[in-house]
Design a protein around this ligand. Structure first.
Ligand SMILES: O=C(O)CCC(=O)N[C@@H](CCC(=O)O)C(=O)O
Ligand SMILES: [Zn+2]
Length: 340
């Protein structure tokens, strides 16, 4: 017997403040369900023998990035009404529910700068929510470790600006060996992702946390541009939807080769805003992946000048409107010498 109605949807209930930890229950098809916290719901297959992997699907870490929220809400509804059979353990996470209600990236602090927190992180609702989500992931993946199941985390976002490559992923490289798994990249390509950015530096993002601390293959995935709820018709997420349905239902598509068209990049450096004097010298609304010739002045920060000295450089996430100490953009270059 279900004690959780599917109308209104899980998203509608979360936005209305009506999701909180519940007792576990079963759907008529035997799938186990438990609401773990506000905006966090876990599904487990009826037959443990069916289970191939454990996956966390998160979105709304930035509250105004709604296309992935609508996508995951649809998948949750498909599971709850029995259309989508569950053959994986799946944890769905709506990250910053209060920011989603307000239609803003964050209320007080950017939540994707609060994971793997340092002792000096300022307290606040978003820092506490990030800490709670870390605990949820640790708990979810501890079972996967015990049972020897592959661990995956896709943290779905949309970008503030346009992008020459609409769908791309940031791949924090696994802590040991710092090499990437071509199968994971091939699967992302199947899901409609056209570029992958290999990140070998530490970070404070949700995907970095699950890569570093839960041993998951984890990705931040950018799916088009941030728009309000109900205005996401510009982005075609059908391949991503089909891929995630396959992950959940244990019918993974046959895609194990990284296609030649997929762009593979690495982070050359982060531009960190160091003072109030920081000025971006390129257009802050520039599309992500815009090529930057050697010699281009990217930004000035008091006496510091950030100039492109890398061949084939591009910039992503240019943003001068951030706190001191945070990243105002990433300079990326093609990742050469990797076998695909
Ligand atoms: O478009 C932008 O400037 C930001 C879009 C966004 O939220 N991106 C993530 C990327 C996280 C990562 O580097 O893995 C972020 O800035 O948190
Ligand atoms: Zn985001």
């Amino acid at each position: 017997m279900s004690n959780f109605s599917i109308e209104p949807s899980f998203l509608a209930q979360a936005l209305a403040g009506k999701t909180c930890i519940s007792l576990p229950y079963c759907l008529p098809n035997g799938t186990h369900v438990q609401v773990m916290d506000e905006g966090v719901i876990r599904f487990e297959p009826k037959d443990p023998g069916d289970r191939q992997l454990d996956v966390v699907l998160s979105c709304g870490i930035h509250g105004n990035e709604t296309a992935p929220v609508e996508l995951l809400d649809q998948l949750i509804s498909q599971i709850l009404d029995g259309q989508l059979r569950v053959r994986a353990r799946v944890l769905f996470v709506f990250g910053n529910v209060e920011a989603m209600r307000q239609g803003v990236r964050c209320v007080a602090q950017d939540m994707n700068r609060l994971f793997c927190r340092l002792p000096d992180v300022e307290d606040g609702d978003e820092a506490r929510r990030a800490a709670m989500l870390e605990m949820q992931l640790m708990r979810f993946f501890s079972r996967s470790i015990q049972d020897g199941k592959p661990r995956l985390h896709y943290d779905l976002h949309t970008a503030i600006h346009g992008s020459l490559i609409e769908k791309f992923a940031i791949y924090p490289l696994p802590p040991h060996g710092r090499d990437f798994d071509p199968l994971q990249v091939a699967r992302l390509a199947c899901a409609g992702v056209d570029a992958v950015l290999l990140q070998s530096t530490t970070s404070t993002t949700f995907s970095f946390f699950s890569s570093q601390h839960c041993g998951a293959a984890a990705f931040t995935v950018e799916l088009g541009r941030a728009m309000p709820f109900g205005q996401n018709t510009h982005v075609d997420l059908s391949k991503m939807q089909a891929y995630l349905e396959g992950l959940i239902s244990g019918e993974l598509p046959d895609c194990d080769e990284v296609p030649a068209h997929l762009g593979l990049y690495k982070v050359s450096r982060e531009i960190i805003k160091q003072s109030d004097a920081f000025v971006l010298r390129v257009d802050a609304k520039m599309d992500n992946f815009t090529p930057l010739p050697v010699g281009t002045v990217l930004a000035e920060d008091g006496d510091i000048q950030h100039v492109v000295n890398e061949d084939e450089a591009r910039m992503i996430f240019p943003n001068p409107y951030i706190e001191i100490g945070q990243r105002a953009g990433l300079v990326i270059v093609p990742a050469k010498g990797y076998s695909r």
